[in-house]
Design a binder for this molecule. Structure first.
Ligand code: CA
Length: 658
């Protein structure tokens, strides 16, 4: 207090009547990364803290304030960035999905800062196509940008720089500070790293070091999603199934990783553990690069006498799963991706070493920048300035709950659409849409009792009052933020992904003989194991019971001379496994189970036999659909006789295995 009082007195005495105050408004350096989980920042604690990966980010927390409850409104890259610039939720700024166009003409905080005498710059990844507005200088990565030798777009055109994206974003930022800034005016500079976004490629100098490390696993690495609604069961973002050996984990011919896999051939959980380690080595290596570069920025500010009058803030467009629930990626309203890091250093204003536990959200960032600059905050921005919180004075009427809404479905990673409310302890989530059973499913978690969100208590009769209370709060928030009633429609902005069908991860199917099934409704077998159960009448005639795909990928279950045959086609031909026993005439039920490893077992009645290995999981999704009681179109294998199965058969059930 004394310090501020003396500063104030100094100020009063220094300014003579009629003389204008010298320009003292603070500069703002906003540092933003992509997909940085709070769990991967030392200052947040957690299992990775002992590895000291983020000394420079940690120093910002030590000298300033760290927010333990900072969240996003829609956990995905480009929509989060649209919120950052507009101070509005997706339904107000129009950016629901990564693929939507962004309306640059709309109100954005930097336009207001500019009008109020700030110099504004945006350098790095913004992921909003089109020319930026409101920035005196902008130099951005096209789309996602590249890790190696990235290109940048400016108003003048495209330039390519040699080196690693994280280093170059910093170089370009320092270049602007050196050459672009008028020292008479305050500035707002946004430095946006692409790292640690998928496919997690660190600079080589760091990669070598990180590939020698081993990191602790999360407790929920082998989550089975029991006690939760459909969404977590059908997502496509698991380390086990979704994460690619070559594209994500850089298992390329001749690499150390490839040699290891060839030598030890880990399978099942061991393989997931190995993939998790490889993922962490590269992801955390990317973070180490970001941190190193933040160190360069902080050193520059210090060496150029900018440290005292510059607010430095660090955040990310959302959190990320580091193996929790068996996942990578984001999107869900669960803590790991809903939460985002937020740290601010403001010498003389923020008391060093503060931790804040108020509920803040990325709708607050734009207002905060404006407030720091003393610029007006438009009424239609939906968040609140964090400046009072930074000063240690949280207003009594500060928000008590947060609204969340994720829209990008159908889409990559198959996370069902959902919205929800979080009050700091209870979280209520509503999944909705055509692929949700009955069109709507709910979950509620008590994070105090269940911080990992493993057991939904939505249906617990003891919680019915709390559920009702949270539903009321959700309605209140939707009214407050003016969320349109029916967000289920949105026909304009929903784009179906070309390849992955809407039911990409539906786990159970049933098909009847003679039924026509469109390709998009066929089981999505890419990378999966499969279990097929077929009841039928056997009267001594051969034929195909069930087939999916064709000569290049797929499988068929058929009968030859009374013996069950399981054929799997791959690009290099088909392999057929046969049962030893002959079928006896009458009603039969056959179950074939092919694990992801390719191991096949056959159950006829109550007898199970191992058929051998068909060569592993399916390498891709077949273009051809399924045929029931036949193999029409392109055939899985060359059948010796008639393919049509002449007898009665019951519905075929198909289960996809993890
Ligand atoms: Ca992101």
């Amino acid at each position: 207090m004394t310090k501020y009082l003396s500063l104030l007195l100094l100020f009063l005495f220094a300014v003579a009547p009629g003389q204008s105050a010298p320009e003292k408004r603070p500069n703002i350096v906003w540092i933003f990364s992509d997909d940085h989980a709070p769990n991967a920042i030392g200052a947040y604690g957690g299992r990775l803290k002992p590895y000291n990966i983020t000394p420079n980010i940690d120093s910002l927390a030590k000298d300033g304030m760290i927010f333990d409850r900072a969240y996003v409104g829609n956990s995905i890259c480009a929509p989060s960035r649209a919120t950052l610039l507009t101070g509005k939720h997706s339904h107000k700024n129009g950016k629901f999905h990564n693929g939507d166009a962004f309306d640059h003409d709309q109100q954005q905080f930097q336009k207001i800062l500019q009008k109020n005498g700030y110099q504004t710059a945006m350098i790095g990844k913004i992921h909003l196509n089109g020319a930026m507005q409101g920035f005196d200088y902008w130099e951005v990565l096209p789309g996602q940008g590249r890790y190696t030798n990235p290109q940048f777009i400016t108003e003048e055109g495209k330039t390519e720089y040699e080196g690693h994206s994280t280093d170059i974003v910093t170089d370009r930022a320092l270049n602007w500070l050196e050459t672009g800034v008028d020292e008479e005016k305050p500035f707002m500079m946004m430095v946006h790293y692409k790292a640690p976004h998928r496919n997690w490629l660190p600079a080589e100098r760091i990669m070598e070091e990180y590939r020698k490390k081993t990191f602790p696993e999360p407790e929920t690495l082998f989550d089975t999603y029991e006690g939760r609604a459909t969404a977590s069961h059908v997502q496509d973002m698991s380390i086990d199934i979704t994460m690619r050996m070559q594209g994500d984990l850089k298992v390329i011919p001749g690499s150390e990783r490839e040699k290891y896999l060839q030598k030890y051939k880990p399978e099942g959980k061991d393989l997931v553990r190995w993939k998790y380690q490889a993922y962490m080595q590269d992801y955390l290596g990317c973070i180490a690069g970001v941190d190193e570069n933040i160190g360069r920025l902080l050193t520059y500010l210090k060496d150029n006498n900018l440290e005292e009058n510059t607010v430095v803030m660090y955040s990310s467009d959302q959190g990320f799963y580091l193996g929790e629930h068996g996942w990578f990626d984001k999107r869900f309203m669960y803590e790991e991706s809903f939460r985002t890091p937020l740290i601010a250093r403001w010498p003389g204003v923020i008391e060093p070493g503060q931790r804040n536990a108020d509920l803040v959200q990325n709708i607050d960032f734009a207002e905060t920048f404006l407030d720091i600059a003393g610029a007006p905050i438009p009424d239609d921005m939906q968040g609140k300035s964090l400046v009072p919180l930074l000063k240690g004075n949280t207003p009594d009427d500060w928000r008590k709950s947060l609204y969340y809404h994720y829209y990008e479905y159908p889409g990559v990673h198959s996370v069902l659409r959902h919205e929800g409310v979080f009050d700091g302890r209870h979280k209520l989530i509503r999944f909705y849409g055509t692929d949700v059973p009955d069109g709507e499913e709910w979950e509620m978690f008590d994070l105090k009792a269940d911080p990992q969100e493993m057991n939904s208590i939505y249906s617990d009769p003891n919680q019915s009052e709390k559920v009702a209370e949270m539903k009321t709060e959700l309605s209140r928030l939707k009214e407050y933020y003016e969320v349109p009633d029916d967000m289920g429609g949105l026909p304009k902005i929903i784009r179906r992904k070309k390849r992955a069908p809407a039911n990409a991860k539906t786990l159970k199917f049933e098909f009847k003989k003679g039924q026509a099934v469109a390709g998009k409704d066929a089981p999505f077998i890419d990378g999966r194991g499969i279990e097929l159960t077929v009841p039928f009448e056997y009267a001594g005639k051969d034929g195909v019971l069930f087939a999916q795909g064709g000569a290049s990928t797929g499988y068929s279950l058929w009968i030859k001379d009374g013996q069950i045959q399981w054929s799997v086609s791959r690009h290099d031909g088909a392999k057929t496994l046969s049962s030893a026993e002959k079928l006896a005439p009458g009603s039969v039920t056959v179950t074939v189970r092919q694990e992801k490893s390719g191991n096949v077992s056959l159950t006829i009645g109550d007898k199970t036999e191992a058929l051998g290995n068909s060569g592993g999981a399916f390498p891709n999704q077949p273009n051809e659909s399924i045929s029931i009681g036949d193999d029409s179109g392109s055939k899985i294998t060359s059948y010796p006789g008639e393919t049509k199965f002449p007898e009665e058969m019951g519905p075929v059930s198909v289960k996809l295995l993890k």
